[in-house]
Each structure stands twice: as structure tokens, then as C-alpha cells.
Design a binder for this molecule. Structure first.
Ligand code: SF4
Ligand code: SF4
Length: 436
């Protein structure tokens, strides 16, 4: 099945952007009293703690790892003492081993800043793994796995995703504005070590200053170009971006490498450059704080493992007013019930709303208007999928390719009957996975 059916018409929606925090420079969160660092913060395998309760740890020290290929090392984001190791529910909905560190406020580093050297592709990939980097656009795929494509002769293009099409979130935008040279350095590293000849930086047209800055920054870099993209959701979805940047359609079961591409988020690329410059692994995240219940919206740099509550309090937010907390944007974010849920590597926003963003009470019968079909970026039939899910018709769900759903939420957004189509697709995929 073709992922995007026609070059002429790009499906998607135009939600209200609400990018209130675009001009707000990143603030630093003061060192929190404690951090709870989950051993699984990405798509893959949970790390095993390599520290013990009572042990003193320093910023950047590895506190979890394993030999599994899909495991990513986890590092301490504060200096202090390991208070306990237990299980905790993460924003990803998984109950995972978590290292709780009581911070001493010193932020003592595990090692002095020093550049990381890699003299071969293998050494580069190993270094990327040691950086603890995962996709920072939200998906959280291990970066070292993403870069380790086998068909090196076929892959020639790096696509850097700066679309950031989700409403409210401006974390990647601030990366472009505040650290364009890190993005350029990260691109150089990836292109050099993977032998890529071309790089396309995709940014929505509604961010002209980011386009201008990155164009200037990469002006003298051979093979690198900035591509202004239509402002459309979900422009930043990997498959949509590949199509827009190269015209190539990712067929079912294919990976970006099958289209000759590697796709990385702008913040991932910048973080990669910082790791190779300083040796400091990924221990903090820039979050956009917004929503009508957020007291002081803005962008904040936060140590990984910081409780959501601490970040919101820093932003003068009255938690009593928050009826719904989202980790991520309103389209693809995850609602969290517990404000003590820790921030993890692939979080890019905390949105606080005084009332739920999704209304479950006004659902009416499907009127077969077809709007959900017209906006689906991967060419699915959400109304039909919903019927198949309601009847628990697994063969039909498979036939209608529910596995291709990228959970963008466009179908639910446009449905005049307010049917929760995207959520049902998620549940359908889960059932199919469990039956496998
Ligand atoms: S949530 Fe899935 S079915 Fe709905 S529009 Fe997005 S990709 Fe299509
Ligand atoms: S958009 Fe809603 S009402 Fe229209 S066909 Fe799809 S499910 Fe039915």
C-alpha cells in the first residue's frame, strides 16, 4: 500500500497553532530536590540499573545499561545520592525500574568536558549509543540503531526534521533559534561518518526566522539545503516528511533507509554535536510549558527525571486548576494523571489545561461524511477501521492495514460526530500485537 497516495494533494489538517512561546528564550530549571530516572525512556529494551541505593552519583554518570541491541544507556541528570530503586509508571504507560536520586545541588560532573573522537563508522555508532541519545521529536527511537542501517551504498540523504507541526510546542523551534551552529555541526558529523552526500532540513514556512538562520548557518556546507514546508499537520511525521523532501513514498513495511534516507529531528542532531564536543550524554530536555492553566508559559531546560509537578511549579502553575496534563502536544500527547510522573528524554512539552481537551460525551452516530478518510496522511479508512474494531473483527482490521496508522489524530480532529477514531486504532493495534 502506498503511504501517500498522490503527489498533488497532501492530506492533513490545519489546527490552531497556539505557538505562544515561540519568542520565549529557554530558561533553566533550578536543580530539583529529587529526580526519578526510568530505565526505559525510548522504544526498545529496558536498561538494568548499574548503581545501588546509597551510592553517590555525578552528572553524566551511567546509571543503567544492558547488552540488548535496542537498549540505550541511561545517565544521572543530577549529582547526589541514589535514594531508592523501584518500579514507577512512566508517561509511556509502562511500569519500569526507576532510579531515584536525591540531588545535592552541586551538579558535580562525572568527567571533565572533553571532545569525543570516532575514527570509523563503527566507533561513531558506538559513541552515539554511549551518548544515550534517542529521537527527541517524540518517538524516542534509539539514535544509534536508526543510524546503523545496513545498506550503506543505498542511503545518501539525511533529512533533518524541523517541522514541529504539533500545536503549542516550540521546543525544536527554540533549538533552531538558540543553537543553529549545533544543528549544523551535528549534520556535518552524521554526513561525514555515514558517508551521506545530501542533507535536507525541513521546516514549516510559518517559522521564517528559523529557515533564515539555518540557511545562513549551512550556506557553505556542500549538499545541505533548507526546505520550507507547507504549514500542515502532520508535516513532521517521518513518512510525510520523506515524501515532501524527496518525493519518495515509503511502502508498507519499508524503513526510511529503503528510500535512501535517514531522518533525525533537529534537537537530536544538535544534541549529537554537543555530545561529541563535550562528552556530556543526554541528561536534560527542553520542554515547552503551555496551556490555559499554565501560570507562566515558556520553554524550560529540565534535568531528565524531574517530576512534572516541579516544572509546573517553576512556571507558577496552580495544580488545582489543572484538569488535564499532557506530555506532548494536543494531537499526539499522552495524558498523565499523576503530576509526579518524571520527564523523560523524548518529552518535548507539558501542557496544562483547565478542562479536558477531548470530549467523550458528545459522540454521535457516524454520518459517513468521509472527512476522516480525506485527511488521513497514510490513506486509511478510519470509519471502517472503527467499525472493525467495535466488532473486534481482527481479520478486517489487518486487511484495512490498521498497523499503518501513525496515530496522528487527524481523523478524530475532523470528525463531526466526535468519534474517537485514533484512540480506537491504537487499541486495535495493541490487540493485534497481543494476538500475534
Ligand atoms: S490517526 Fe491513523 S487513521 Fe487517523 S488520520 Fe492519523 S493515520 Fe489516519
Ligand atoms: S468523519 Fe466521523 S462522521 Fe464522517 S465518516 Fe468519518 S467517522 Fe463518520
Amino acid at each position: 500500500m502506498a503511504i501517500i497516495k498522490s503527489k498533488k494533494r497532501l492530506p492533513g489538517i490545519h489546527p490552531a497553532y497556539h505557538k505562544h512561546t515561540m519568542d520565549m528564550e529557554t530558561a533553566m530549571l533550578p536543580v530539583p530536590a529529587t529526580v526519578s530516572i526510568p530505565m526505559l525512556q525510548h522504544i526498545g529494551v529496558e536498561a538494568v540499573p548499574v548503581v545501588k541505593p546509597g551510592e553517590r552519583v555525578l552528572v553524566g554518570q551511567k546509571i543503567g545499561d544492558s547488552d540488548a541491541p535496542m537498549c540505550v544507556p541511561v545517565h544521572a541528570s543530577v549529582s547526589g545520592t541514589v535514594k531508592q530503586i523501584g518500579n514507577m509508571l512512566t508517561s509511556g504507560g509502562k511500569n519500569v525500574k526507576t532510579v531515584v536520586i536525591e540531588a545535592d545541588g552541586q551538579q558535580e560532573l562525572f568527567s571533565a568536558p572533553a571532545p569525543v573522537r570516532a575514527d570509523s563508522r563503527e566507533a561513531f555508532l558506538q559513541a552515539v549509543r554511549e551518548s544515550g541519545l534517542v529521537g527527541l521529536g517524540g518517538a524516542g527511537f534509539p539514535t544509534h540503531v536508526k543510524l546503523a542501517h545496513k545498506d550503506t551504498a543505498k542511503v545518501d540523504t539525511l533529512i533533518v526534521n524541523g517541522a514541529e507541526c504539533e500545536p503549542y510546542i516550540t521546543s525544536d523551534y527554540r533549538e533552531c533559534i538558540e543553537h543553529p551552529s549545533d544543528i549544523a555541526d551535528g549534520i556535518k558529523l552524521v554526513m561525514h561518518h555515514l558517508g551521506l552526500t545530501r542533507c535536507i532540513i525541513g521546516i514549516e514556512k510559518n517559522k521564517p526566522d528559523a529557515i533564515a538562520l539555518l540557511s545562513k548557518q549551512t550556506d557553505q556546507m556542500g549538499g545541505v539545503s533548507v526546505m520550507p514546508l507547507k504549514s500542515l499537520y502532520p508535516q513532521g511525521a517521518e513518512k510525510v516528511l520523506i515524501y515532501c523532501a524527496t518525493g519518495k513514498i515509503l511502502e508498507e513495511g519499508q524503513l526510511p533507509a529503503d528510500c535512501g534516507t535517514v531522518v533525525l529531528n533537529v534537537s537530536t542532531v544538535a544534541e549529537l554535536a554537543r555530545y561529541f564536543r563535550t562528552g556530556m550524554p543526554l541528561v536534560s530536555r527542553r520542554l515547552t510549558i503551555d496551556g490555559d492553566a499554565a501560570g507562566r508559559p515558556g520553554n524550560v531546560m529540565v534535568p531528565v527525571g524531574t517530576p512534572v509537578r516541579t516544572v509546573l511549579e517553576f512556571c507558577n502553575t496552580d495544580l488545582e486548576r489543572c484538569r488535564e496534563l499532557l506530555m506532548g502536544g494536543p494531537m499526539m500527547g499522552i495524558a498523565v494523571a499523576d503530576p509526579d510522573t518524571p520527564v523523560v528524554k523524548n518529552n518535548n512539552a507539558i501542557l496544562a489545561f483547565s478542562r479536558p481537551q477531548v470530549s467523550y460525551s458528545k459522540t454521535t452516530a457516524c454520518i459517513r461524511c468521509g472527512k476522516c478518510v480525506r485527511v488521513c496522511p497514510v490513506g486509511l479508512m478510519p470509519a471502517g477501521l472503527e467499525r472493525a474494531y467495535d466488532n473486534r473483527n481482527l481479520p478486517m482490521l489487518r486487511k484495512m492495514k490498521v498497523n499503518l496508522c501513525i496515530n496522528c489524530g487527524c481523523c478524530s480532529y475532523v470528525c463531526p460526530a466526535k468519534r474517537d477514531l485514533a484512540a480506537k486504532n491504537q487499541l486495535a493495534k495493541q490487540i493485534i500485537r497481543e494476538k500475534h
